[in-house]
Design a protein around this ligand. Structure first.
Ligand code: NAD
Ligand code: IPM
Ligand code: MN
Length: 359
């Protein structure tokens, strides 16, 4: 972790596609202000990689850019990748999944926290007050995402694709350990592991490793759910969940479900990390092509992603400043249309940045 205080940190920004550049531009001033409040200046270098660059040059992310990143950046901040002009999504595979894999960012940390009670689409619980605050630990380096397998007779009636889903003991163990360690450090009392071992024999590895790792954390309840039942229970009673650990694909799906429970993709951040190493920070949402240029993209997910980045960079107070400012914006209804407001992407970004500066 870099030293902090009266120094500059270098952030490589990949704004990417669709609403990516809009939310990144709207979020940066607030993030810069929050770091400045902690005596740290952030220097952003914008990198051009994304669909447009790919279509113009044929280049996704060249090796020299990757090497420069790893040599110079303290963190990578990414908007979104995905463009209808690249239906294969090959540039996103290379850039986004490429960074996750090459940097071995095995923890995809996706907190789902209800920052304002009105944001939850569910009826209030019997107790009266909703309190949703769980974190998804998504395995980020294997599963089906490796894209391994074979294809034959493509384009014919006999077309067959075999996709290998990879689960290796060491990689399952490190993500489960990360989930328990985080739970322990944050005073959480339960970790829920989700798999589909009743149908997919390979998933039994998750149960064995989970039980073993759990013995090192006797104060934390270790519970198992099949992922289909977990999806159901997350809607029925989200308040009871604290930490969820699961594989790559299930984590992807559950994180959009979790996002919607707390206000949607417009307010849901994520961090791709390997403790002690260069991390990649991106909202959970994608490039939302239909919102491009409308000013309706919510920048709060990107701002809260900035908070996760500052926390990782050793600036937890800066992270708290950002979160406080977003909570104030929500309380005062300074929001984009997804949350029922009339503010624009830049309007929300400016309001939050001003609030951070005045904090
Ligand atoms: P999406 O997240 O872009 O959009 C899903 C829905 O959420 C849409 O209705 C969209 O309008 C809304 N939404 C998303 N972000 C929002 C925001 N900030 N404010 C308000 N509303 C928001 O998912 P999709 O439509 O399935 O995918 C679009 C493209 O994005 C695809 O190419 C996909 O592969 C890509 N994608 C990229 C990432 C990433 O870069 N991390 C993540 C998810 C999807
Ligand atoms: C996400 C996205 C990506 C994923 C896509 C764009 C490859 O959905 O970050 O959640 O599946 O990981
Ligand atoms: Mn996703």
């Amino acid at each position: 972790m870099p030293e902090t205080g009266n120094r500059a940190l270098h952030i490589a920004a990949i704004a990417g596609d669709g609403i990516g550049p809009e939310v990144v531009d709207a979020a940066l001033p607030a993030i810069v202000a929050a770091a400045a409040g902690e005596g740290t200046s952030l220097e952003f270098t914008k990198l051009p990689y994304g669909a447009e660059h790919f279509l113009q040059t044929g280049e996704t992310m060249p090796d020299h850019a990757f090497e420069q990143l790893t040599a110079e950046a303290d963190a990578i901040f990414l908007g979104a990748l995905g463009d209808p002009r690249v239906p294969t999504n090959e540039h996103a595979r290379d850039i986004l999944l490429g960074l996750r894999f090459r940097l071995d960012l095995y923890v995809n940390f996706r907190p789902c926290r209800l920052l304002h009670p009105d944001l939850c689409p569910l009826r209030p619980p019997a107790s009266g007050t909703r309190h949703i605050d769980f974190a998804i630990f998504r395995e980020n380096t294997e599963g089906l995402y490796l894209g391994r397998g074979t294809s034959s007779d493509e384009g014919t009636d006999d077309e067959v694709h075999v996709a290998h889903e990879v689960h290796s003991a060491k990689k399952v163990e490190r993500i489960i350990t990360a989930a328990f360690t985080w739970a322990h450090r944050h005073g959480r009392s339960r970790v829920t592991m989700a798999d589909k071992s009743n149908a997919v024999p390979a998933h039994r590895l998750w149960g064995r490793v989970f039980d073993r790792v759990a013995t090192a954390f006797p104060d934390i309840e270790a519970e198992h759910r099949y992922v289909d039942a977990l999806a159901m229970e997350l809607v029925r009673d989200p308040d009871r969940f604290e930490v969820i650990v699961t594989g790559n694909l299930f984590g992807d799906i559950l994180s959009d479900l979790g996002a919607e429970l707390v206000g949607g993709l417009g307010v849901s951040p994520s961090a791709n990390v390997h403790p002690g190493r260069l991390g990649l920070f991106e909202p959970v949402h994608g490039s939302a092509p239909s919102l491009v240029g409308t000013g309706a993209a919510n920048p709060m997910a990107a701002i809260l992603t900035g908070a996760l980045m500052l926390d990782h960079l050793g600036l937890p107070n800066g992270a708290e400043r950002l979160e406080r400012a977003v909570r104030s914006a929500l309380a005062e209804r300074i929001t984009t249309p997804d949350l029922g407001g009339t503010y624009s992407t830049t309007g929300v970004g400016e309001w939050v940045a001003d609030r951070v500066r005045g904090d």
